[in-house]
Design a protein around this ligand. Structure first.
Ligand code: IFM
Length: 444
């Protein structure tokens, strides 16, 4: 049996990622909480993983014991600015304590300033639908970064902005986001304002902290035509690829947002990334189907023989990660890359070890081409509130009993710890935690 290890460069960041609404609990003053109470989701975030009650301490302890040297978390706008005219200094102090907590444990913090949720007061004045949001977001960012900059230099302005715009303004199914509208023109308007908001935040952060590294976390979804010979399937795959994967990030490269309904010039966005934040989970296929007028006649599905996660939420398509990284390098040749999220919902942990091993292997292939990948944040440290799907989908290395707040150790905890401590993945580890993919990673 071949022996060996895939190692990563010195100083590589190994961490996990979380988001405020998903772990803090009782974020009652934002649009998601309202959406949950209106019954659009499978249950409510409720007390979540109780980070606001202080349980971040024990979770950070577990993370550092498990060899992680970084953590990506987000701050909740509605806590920091509960009304347009007030700041909650105590909330900022709590976030300072969390970041200090990371520093004290020798971990590098990465802070996301917007991760899907908006304060209710913002939603009441139209959220991201009008340009009025841009100075409001900038003001919030200035206040927050000024308060937290002692502990953090790595900032993500907006998490998965395309997902925010499409799920909130086009998707009508179970996975829709607030405000649950179905209006393509509005979706593009929202996306344009997210780009403007990001650009304003980028400049504001650099004025406050010249050494800051600022970017977004972009959700890259691999999309392939069912039949490569079919011009219609290819056209559909190309159009969805453009809308989902290219529209937002390419606007940060050249200042033009291209969308299915036209282009918008946003020159101030050009060159506003210091790194490329890349989230990857899965690949989907698309084929022309007259019965799917609602999705531009594209029927989306996972590969027939692909392995699926719980409830068929994700398909295991690790090489889509390599494909995505190649796309990043081609379009953003000068930017360092951070894998800002990657993970799988697997409540019994039966899939997670092989999902993790295969994706880290694909990331290593990319590193081996000398592509500038600087870190990996596994989604997630502990089970958390999975938006529309509530507590049904479990993404944590650690499981969570929401009622008792007891953390449940999954085998992946030790596996990922070995990877972080080794700064790589070895044949012994694969043999121990997911022997079923040994031959794929270490072919004889
Ligand atoms: O839980 C989410 C996260 O908030 C954003 N990226 C995808 C994750 C898993 O669906």
């Amino acid at each position: 049996m071949p022996q060996g290890a895939y190692h990563f460069p010195k100083g590589f960041l190994w961490g996990t990622a979380t988001a405020a609404h998903q772990v803090e609990g009782n974020n009652t003053n934002n649009n998601w909480w309202k959406w949950e109470q209106e019954g659009h989701t499978d249950g409510s975030a409720a007390v979540a993983a109780d980070w606001w009650g202080g349980r971040w301490r024990e979770d950070f302890d577990r993370a550092v014991e498990a060899g992680q040297n970084a953590h990506r978390l987000s701050v909740e706008w509605s806590r920091i600015q509960p009304t347009p005219d007030t700041w909650d200094e105590e909330a900022l102090e709590k976030y300072r304590a969390m970041l200090r907590g990371l520093k004290e444990r020798g971990m590098t913090p990465m802070v996301t300033l917007h991760h899907f949720t908006d304060p209710l007061w913002l939603e009441e004045v139209g959220g991201w639908e009008t340009e009025a949001v841009v100075p409001l977001f900038e003001k919030f960012v200035r206040k927050t970064v000024d308060a937290l900059k002692e502990y953090c230099t790595l900032w993500c302005t907006i998490n998965e902005p395309t997902g925010y715009a499409l799920n909130g303004y086009i998707t009508t199914g179970v996975d829709s986001f607030p405000p649950g509208k179905n209006n393509m023109k509005l979706a593009m308007q929202v996306q344009a304002n997210l780009i403007r908001g990001h650009a304003a935040a980028y400049r504001a952060i650099h004025l406050l902290q010249p050494e800051a590294r600022v970017g977004i976390a972009h959700h890259y979804r691999s999309i392939a035509p069912q039949y490569a010979w079919s011009p219609l399937d290819r056209l559909l795959a190309r159009s969805f690829f453009q809308a989902i994967n290219e529209s937002f990030p390419l606007a940060l490269a050249d200042g033009v947002m291209r969308s299915p309904i036209g282009s918008v010039r946003i020159p101030e966005a050009k060159g506003t990334q210091d790194y490329f934040g890349f989230n990857y989970y899965t690949r989907e296929y698309v084929t022309f189907d007259l019965r799917h007028a609602d999705t531009l006649f594209g029927r989306h599905f996972f590969r027939k023989d692909a392995e699926l996660s719980d409830d068929a939420f994700l398909a295991l398509e690790p090489d889509g990660m390599f494909e995505g990284l190649k796309w990043v390098v081609r379009n953003f040749p000068n930017l360092p890359i951070l894998i800002a999220e990657n993970g799988v919902n697997s409540a019994d942990d039966s899939i997670r070890p092989r999902y993790t091993a295969q994706h880290i292997h694909q990331m290593w292939r990319a590193v081996n081409f000398n592509w500038p990948i600087k870190g990996y944040f596994h989604w997630s440290l502990v089970d958390n509130f999975e938006w529309s799907f509530g507590w049904k989908y479990r993404f944590g290395l650690w499981g969570l009993d929401v009622d008792t707040q007891k953390r449940i150790k999954r085998p992946s905890v030790d596996f990922y710890a070995e990877i972080c401590k080794e700064n790589g993945i070895s044949s012994d580890m694969v043999q121990k935690y997911c022997p079923e993919v040994f031959e794929k990673l270490f072919p004889s």
